[in-house]
Design a protein around this ligand. Structure first.
Ligand SMILES: Cc1cc2nc3c(=O)[nH]c(=O)nc-3n(C[C@H](O)[C@H](O)[C@H](O)COP(=O)(O)OP(=O)(O)OC[C@H]3O[C@@H](n4cnc5c(N)ncnc54)[C@H](O)[C@@H]3O)c2cc1C
Length: 544
């Protein structure tokens, strides 16, 4: 039997951080911040006092509903820094009253009907990897209760159209399950966010997630062919077409809707043949901005590398991919159809023109996973597990991501780095670190991803984070970027979204919501605020 999902931490209960890793991390971060860090045990299920469920489940839905303590804990929060802090402090003000696990579309309809009758809120839940407050049940007192609607029992690849290379897949499919079902057909969705193992197709679509491709097929949007959505007002099914010029595209309204318009139950997605040809190299740059210029040249060259991650020198050092003396560009091409060496050769010429120093290009499959790129990849995959031990040591570690046009990038990078450096010092009394990498590169601009770290005060960790996050929210928008490139809006980014969203569009979105969700039961408090519900404890938006 598969182990249960952790309610505190990343992954399943059998995926632990070893004592050796914990000691190593305490020493590493202790040295970095000149502090003695003491590992502390995470919370136990029995230590939580959850308020009694406020909803009585009708007998017809008992089969798929649970008010079990573990289920309510798993569905109480997502996986952001403040989620970890509050869970570690054993603080859950708004647990779901009921967790529903629909097994079919008619189950989803039945739960929505019940919620509408009871005036309860429904919070669609994929795998709960939201890092912006998208799945918590902090819906205010206007609702009789909150139902977390967990989609993971609807995880099948239902139909494959080999000729068009597309598949109909249920929204609750987790990344690995979906790929396992496609593999016998030689096909792949090839959408690999870092949270791939514990996030779902429906969650990706609802948040417009970004996968591993650094160019071209970056967002899940590019793979969505058609959608099936259950809304409180009825079913919406869009047509399968390779493209269409027939007015605004219906599925686009639901891609990025973050659960406020309805429940995505299925999607037809565009697939690819599994790649057989690869070519990769890592490139060093003495200066991050020089590296950025090289990435711009690559992004505008039409070569479309699958991987084109520029990592600044400090982040390369922190992940073991570099020695801190140079920024690192991880460059890779892949194809199911033809060799990629010529593309790599041309890319190498381009990066050399911008001062890049190229390591020996990888020749074999194993070489693609070794060296600086391999070290970075390993740290990238392991990092999500470390938060559960770092937070109890009092460390503030978080990330924020954005996108900005090339003409503004250099000034933007300078401004963000300066203001986050300043706020870390102001809030914690000591210097922290701010690093940057590119997750994606477009012809017209990069998607920079910032990581900040500082030694916090255990008793005030949440408040300290709130102040830093408010500064981050403000600086990315005022310096010309978007509030989020792929982490979604949720609760934490809502004020930034309000700033970048034209008022008339916001009104149109509210009107669309009142059409498909007339009683306002779908994920209240996320993305938009049609009913004036106050933003909850996260409070990250103060000052924005
Ligand atoms: C360690 C880590 C790494 C991450 N890496 C990436 C990354 O590389 N790229 C990236 O884009 N994001 C990343 N994220 C963020 C997160 O994984 C994505 O936002 C992901 O798309 C969420 O999927 P989920 O299934 O977990 O959805 P959830 O977190 O459960 O839900 C997210 C939002 O979507 C809504 N929703 C979920 N399912 C449905 C549905 N079927 N119908 C309607 N609404 C629904 C929810 O109500 C909520 O508002 C990362 C998060 C973590 C913790």
């Amino acid at each position: 039997m598969t182990a249960r999902r952790k309610f505190y931490g990343w992954g399943r209960e059998d995926q632990t951080v070893s004592d050796e890793e914990t000691v190593f991390l305490a020493r590493l971060f202790g040295q970095r911040f000149g502090a003695t860090l003491v590992p502390r045990t995470g919370p136990r299920e029995s230590e939580f006092e959850l308020r009694a469920p406020r909803l009585a489940v009708p007998s017809t839905l008992a089969r798929i509903c649970s008010s079990d303590r573990h289920d309510r804990l798993v569905h109480a929060y997502g996986k952001s820094f403040p989620d970890y802090v509050r869970m570690f402090k054993r603080e859950i003000a708004s647990p779901p009253d009921v967790v529903a696990y629909p097994e079919s579309e008619s189950d989803v309809f039945a739960v929505l009907d019940w919620a509408a009758r009871e005036k309860a809120a429904v919070i669609p839940f994929g795998a709960g990897s939201s890092v912006c407050g998208g799945v918590e049940c902090d819906v205010g007192d206007a609702y009789a209760g909150a139902i977390s609607l967990d989609m993971t029992r609807m995880g099948k690849v239902v139909e494959i159209d080999r000729a068009s290379r597309a598949a109909r897949i249920q929204a609750g499919a987790l990344g690995p399950d979906l790929e396992t079902q496609l593999k016998p057909h030689g096909l792949t969705l090839r959408h690999f966010p870092q949270s791939f193992e514990f996030s779902t197709l429906g969650g990706w679509i609802a948040t417009r997630s970004g996968g591993h491709y650094a160019t071209l097929y970056t967002h899940i949007d590019d793979f969505v062919q058609a959608l099936r959505v259950v809304t409180p007002a009825g079913l919406m099914q869009t047509r399968r077409l390779p493209g269409s010029g027939a007015g605004p595209q219906p599925e686009r309204l639901f891609v990025g809707s973050e659960g406020i318009l309805g429940v995505i139950t299925e999607a037809w997605v565009r697939l690819q043949d599994a790649p057989k040809f690869r070519a990769s190299a890592s490139v060093k740059f003495a200066d991050f901005l020089k590296g950025a210029e090289a990435v711009r040249a690559l992004a505008q060259s039409g070569l479309n590398p699958a991987n084109c991650r520029l990592i600044d020198a400090d982040e390369a050092l922190g992940t073991g991919a570099g020695d801190g003396s140079a920024s690192l560009l991880v460059l890779a091409f892949e194809s199911a159809d033809h060799a990629q060496d010529a593309k790599l050769s041309r890319a190498i010429e381009l990066v050399r023109d911008h001062g890049g120093v190229v390591d020996q290009p990888a020749k074999s499959e194993s070489q693609h996973r070794e060296g600086a790129a391999g070290a970075w990849r390993n740290a990238f995959l392991r990092a999500p597990f470390y938060r559960e031990v770092l937070v109890p040591m009092g460390l503030i570690i978080d990330t924020f991501e954005t996108a900005v046009t090339w003409d503004r990038f250099a000034a933007f990078h300078g401004e963000v780095t300066r203001r986050i450096g300043d706020v870390l010092k102001r809030v914690t009394g000591k210097p922290g670190s701010v690093t940057c990498r590119f997750t994606h590169a477009y012809p017209d601009g990069p998607a920079p991803y910032f990581t900040f770290q500082a030694m916090g005060r255990m008793s005030a960790l949440l408040e300290q984070w709130q102040e830093i996050k408010a500064e981050a929210n403000d600086v990315v928008v005022s310096a010309g970027g978007t509030i989020t490139h792929h982490h979604a809006v949720g609760r934490d980014h809502r004020p930034g979204y309000v700033r970048e969203c034209p008022p008339l569009f916001a009104e149109a979105l509210r009107a669309a919501k009142s059409t498909v969700d007339p009683n306002g039961i779908m994920n209240p408090g996320v993305l938009i605020d049609p009913q004036g519900i106050k933003v909850g404890v996260r409070g990250a938006m103060a000052g924005v």
